[in-house]
Design a protein around this ligand. Sequence first.
Ligand code: TYM
Length: 332
Amino acid sequence: MNRIFSGMQPTRQLHLGNYLGALRNWVDLQNSYECIFCVVDLHALTIDQDSEVLRNNIREVAAAYIAAGIDPDKNILFNQSVVPGHAELSWILSCHTPLGWLNRMTQFKEKAGKQKDMANLGLYAYPTLMAADILLYKATHVPVGEDQKQHLELARDIAGAFNRRYETEFFPLPEPQILGEATRVMSLRDGKKKMSKSDESEYSRINMTDDADTIAQKIRKAKTDPEPLPETVTELEARPEADNLVTIYGALAGQSREQVLAQFAGAQFSDFKKSLVDLSVDKLAPITSRMKELLGDKAEIDRLLKKGGERAAAIAEKNLNDVKDIIGLLRP
Ligand code: TYM
């Protein structure tokens, strides 16, 4: 059986990278797979959180999933912390994960910065919790943006090591699904940096809750170079900021970069940006307004998350019991 698991952290607002790199693909995949979509709130604790803000962000991410087109009845939609199995399996897997594997993780190196000794243990163990998320449901496929590739490889390594250690094929090796044109959306201020929630510049990203004026302002200010749009993708690739805007346009329009260039080659960026603003607003405004509507009824979001949590917990409990039996934990 094919089963999808994927998730997003409720840290700050979701942005265009989250939408184009992951969420939009989930919407398509929900028709071909059994899907579990999670708001990974335990992962969010790896950075300092205000409790009221965190609670609201969890609801906001759930609202974004639904507003983008995830059906909460057809799929399982829940927040991670309501299913205790995530933390429990994470511990079990961490006892099967050599430190050397975690030491290779580039995200820890980037996020911990120079003061590694001051980084919290959760940030270091983050990838084992992510492996637990996926393996708790024996998910076979994980749709993510390109930045999660290394974490996915680790999840596969951990699953493989567990299977070998206990001479079983209990865990499927989860396949990453890195799909579409915009697997790595870059910052609007620096075409060599990923668009990210943690960038201090608001102008580096388009948030899913930005209104039309804000989107227009951010795109207008987006860094470009003085040359007009080129004719070929090869010429584009030497110009990271230009490439990023063309990629975003293509992803929103459902076109390849070649198709975008066929339409805009020779155009000035000031004109191309106008078309990009119109397209972005056209695609994002309906999602933003649906999100706002959903967030007007918090009790309903909580009800949906609770129902999803119960469905997730039923699968998780069975699998976790099987894991305990395999490794020899007594369940009297
Ligand atoms: P997170 O919350 O950083 O991002 C959520 C999803 O958005 C994708 N993404 C991007 N895609 C393209 N361009 C970008 N600039 C960009 N920024 C983010 C991410 O690849 C991701 O798919 N560790 C995960 C959350 C997680 C998870 C999991 C994912 C926890 N457990 C289990 C899958 C399965 C993360 O931090 O995503």
